[in-house]
Design a protein around this ligand. Structure first.
Ligand code: GLU
Length: 506
């Protein structure tokens, strides 16, 4: 029987969720849905020194906003819980003990001073930071070098210790990576990684294997930075006797910024977001802006994220989530780093703005306007406004500048743009426009434009000379969509009112 597809995103809740993390979420999600499988969110919170309050809730919020919710998680529950590693300590301890008993791992009692001494003594120019490995382990204080009785005594006395994996010398390991193909490792250069720390918490290396096994994970997708740890992980799958259940791996390429790996600092330096949503560091109070608050639509966000390192081999760039689920393939993910281009990300958002129905954008725009103090918003009027201006908005946040004048009459006018060419004829012209518009019963843009132009030609005025003044009367400045479309939406009463109010000031 085919193994059921079960994939996981396994973040450490240490702060904002950056593009790389969100792309891992997305690829996991797409892969799971494509195979009718399960997408699991596991919180890897065993490093107590890096615990950040609020970071876990923030991860849930980001996944929810992006529409990439897991099937199983600490909040969604599931059959394979608990899904928070800090609640699984006993499980890891048991397997660490099993590895020691089977001779694949050992207790190490070396103090920080002893470790430092070793590093100091063995340091050479070609080996500036010597590791704890097969060359060194027999010179250190561990259960391989101490008499069995001594080890027993130290353990009974609860002397601080860790458990390390005993990595063999000269073994060639092959990782079958879905993106990179076969990757070879020589175990001789791999160190004896700590598996269980002195506080009895597992390290990532042990916890990830135990959990991937117990949670029946079929495919492990993670960032390229973990590739160098893969030999330790392959050994653990073997040593724990689970080799035949080892998931298929894929190590996702780095996301690159303007200079090398994309970093949070790039965001503040170049003025673009790197986190999915706003993140405020609880310690420093520093706020890092997110794509959501910057004005990105989740549809656009996942679309450009999917394309950071993948395409389906055609020219198509705009994909809905459903299309991505159908077309995504891990084998087509590039192994080289993917460059993040903020201008291109905005282009995706603009495309999504144009494609989205006004009703889809309504809530986001309403929140924006409410935030800016516009509170009397009629839903059907708002939809018409959105329909008229959305093509002009690259980001949701652009809606304010593009549409506030529909909700607030101008209080100031760009008089400098009209005054120099203003004259008595134009004044009389607008008086006639008012009279004409007052008699108008059908209020649609085309008619308003025709009437306006007819009056202009009857008065021997070029329409071009009175269009700008009309715009400034209606919106206050030289901006906005077609002026007659604005008038149509404002309605008869409001349009005439605005012209009348502005005219004496010109
Ligand atoms: N906790 C690891 C991280 O934060 C997860 C790596 C993995 O997915 O295995 O990057």
């Amino acid at each position: 029987m085919e193994k059921r597809v079960r994939v996981r995103f396994a973040p450490s809740p240490t702060g904002g969720l950056h593009l790389g993390g969100m792309r891992t979420v997305l690829y996991n999600y797409l892969f799971a849905k494509q195979h009718n499988g399960d997408f699991i969110l596991r919180i890897e919170d065993t490093d107590q020194s890096r615990y950040v309050p609020g970071a876990e809730q923030y991860i849930f919020d980001c996944l929810k906003w992006a529409g990439l919710e897991p099937d199983e998680s600490p909040v969604h529950g599931g059959y394979y819980g608990p899904y928070r590693q800090s609640e699984r300590k006993d499980i890891y301890r048991k397997y660490a003990g099993q590895l020691v008993n089977d001779g694949y791992a050992y207790y190490a009692f070396d103090t920080p001073e002893e470790l430092e001494k070793m590093r100091h003594e063995l340091r050479t120019e070609s080996n500036p930071s010597p590791q704890y490995d097969h060359n060194v382990r027999m010179k250190m204080r561990n259960s391989l070098t101490l008499p069995a009785e001594e080890t027993k005594k130290l353990l009974a006395e609860n002397v601080r210790h860790v458990i390390r994996i005993k990595v063999p010398e000269h073994e060639t390991l092959i990782l079958k990576d879905m993106i990179r193909g076969d990757v070879q490792f020589d175990t001789s250069v791999v160190d004896d990684k700590v598996l269980l720390k002195a506080d009895e918490m597992p390290t990532y290396h042990l916890a990830v294997i135990v959990d991937d096994y117990l949670m029946k994970i079929s495919h492990s997708f993670r960032g390229e930075e973990w590739l160098s740890s893969a030999p330790v992980h392959i050994l653990l799958w073997k040593y724990l006797g689970w080799e035949k259940d080892m998931p298929q791996w894929a190590h996702l390429p780095l996301i690159l910024g303007p200079n090398g790996k994309l970093s949070k600092r790039d965001g503040s330096k170049y003025g673009f977001p790197v986190f999915a949503m706003n993140w405020t560091d609880p310690q420093s109070g520093e706020l890092t802006e997110g794509f959501k608050e910057k004005g990105f639509l989740p549809e656009a966000f996942i679309n450009f994220l999917a394309m950071l390192g993948w395409n389906d081999g055609t020219e198509q760039e705009i994909f809905t989530k459903e299309e991505l689920i159908q077309r995504f393939s891990m084998e087509k993910v590039h192994s080289g780093g993917a460059k993040f281009d903020y201008e291109k990300a905005k282009w995706f958002n603009h495309e999504w703005m144009k494609r989205s129905e006004a009703g889809r954008l309504k809530q986001e725009v309403k929140n924006l306007l409410l935030d800016k103090g516009i509170d009397k918003i009629d839903d059907s009027f708002l939809k018409k406004v959105i329909g008229l201006v959305k093509e002009r908005c690259v980001l949701i946040t652009d809606f304010y500048d593009q549409s506030y004048f529909f909700f607030k009459a101008p209080e100031q006018y760009d008089l400098a743009s009209v005054k120099p060419k203003w004259n008595e004829e134009k004044k009389l012209f607008f008086a006639e426009v008012i009279r004409n518009y007052e008699l108008n019963n059908v209020w649609i843009a085309e008619d308003l434009e025709t009437n306006f132009k007819e009056i202009a030609s009857a008065n021997k005025i070029k329409p071009g000379e009175v269009l700008l003044p009309l715009r400034i009367m209606l919106v206050g400045g030289k901006f906005g969509p077609g002026v007659f479309a604005i008038a149509e939406l404002l309605g008869k009463e409001e349009t005439i009112h605005r012209i009348k109010k502005a005219l004496p000031l010109f």
